[in-house]
Write a protein that binds this ligand. Sequence first.
Ligand SMILES: NC(=O)c1ccc[n+]([C@@H]2O[C@H](COP(=O)([O-])OP(=O)(O)OC[C@H]3O[C@@H](n4cnc5c(N)ncnc54)[C@H](OP(=O)(O)O)[C@@H]3O)[C@@H](O)[C@H]2O)c1
Length: 284
Amino acid sequence: MRILITGSKGQLGNEIRVLAKGYPDFDFLYTDIDELDITDQLKVDEFFICNMPQVIINCAAYTAVDKAESDEATAHLINATAVENLSKSATKIGALMIHVSTDYVFDGNSYLPYCETDETNPQSAYGRTKLAGEEAVRQYANKAIIIRTSWLYSAFGNNFVKTMIKYGKERKELKVVYDQVGTPTYARDLAKAILDIIPSALQHSGTDLFHYSNEGVASWYDFARTVIAFSGISCDIKPILTKDYPLPAHRPCFSVLNKSKIKEKYNIEIPYWSDSVKDCIQRL
Ligand SMILES: NC(=O)c1ccc[n+]([C@@H]2O[C@H](COP(=O)([O-])OP(=O)(O)OC[C@H]3O[C@@H](n4cnc5c(N)ncnc54)[C@H](OP(=O)(O)O)[C@@H]3O)[C@@H](O)[C@H]2O)c1
């Protein structure tokens, strides 16, 4: 089975590469912007017809949340228009589209883990463009799965885990917000879940939406303390409020995702968040 990975040089794409040898029945085709710029509809169409993937895992995205506030047009082009391109081309060749979205489609005013049926209300440019991407999948893909995830980190690229380790080594003290609560997600766990559900997902038609993060709940402060402790670094982590660390993009103060649907439908087990943080740090 041929599986096309777009944006394969990012966190999720790279973790799929690492896991690929455990899936000998899958023939992976890795692309990033240099091989396949997903904003170019003609190129996408041509590539799909030439290579005929049965599954597309879209790992490509504009993920610079704060930068998106001043460049929403580019974020929209990559997170929405390009997703429309992929969805249309996937439909033409009868392929399954697996698209990744975000907890930032929610406003964060809930106090219960968000279900797939809960109302969306993005508060940032990034969140708006990702929601537009979900809508493009629903409108243009015949066979698709959308998976919303949160607080992604991995052994690759820049992410919170690596930033905490870097600054933790350089400084005696770090201030981290404790009034934003969610769940860190190890891109390797998400990558495995995606690859594991493919055979069943191929049987399905229409578009289905799922939530996936690691298990448990944490604030960024808890996350930072765990990273520092597992890294054996001596650095004091101080809790602060979001208002004392202003950033261009608004972040949901609560974005825990309810994962019952994906667990029940595909019978998958999800690791606890700090167990996965430990695994990632051991690989760094
Ligand atoms: N990171 C998070 O905390 C987080 C949280 C929730 C959901 N998500 C979602 O999870 C998915 C994976 O995120 P990630 O952190 O793995 O992303 P990432 O590390 O930023 O990787 C995205 C990849 O897409 C590439 N790309 C950008 N524009 C492209 C284009 N026009 N054509 C082809 N490739 C292009 C990027 O290249 P450049 O690096 O050169 O731009 C990069 O290699 C995304 O859908 C993201 O929205 C992420």
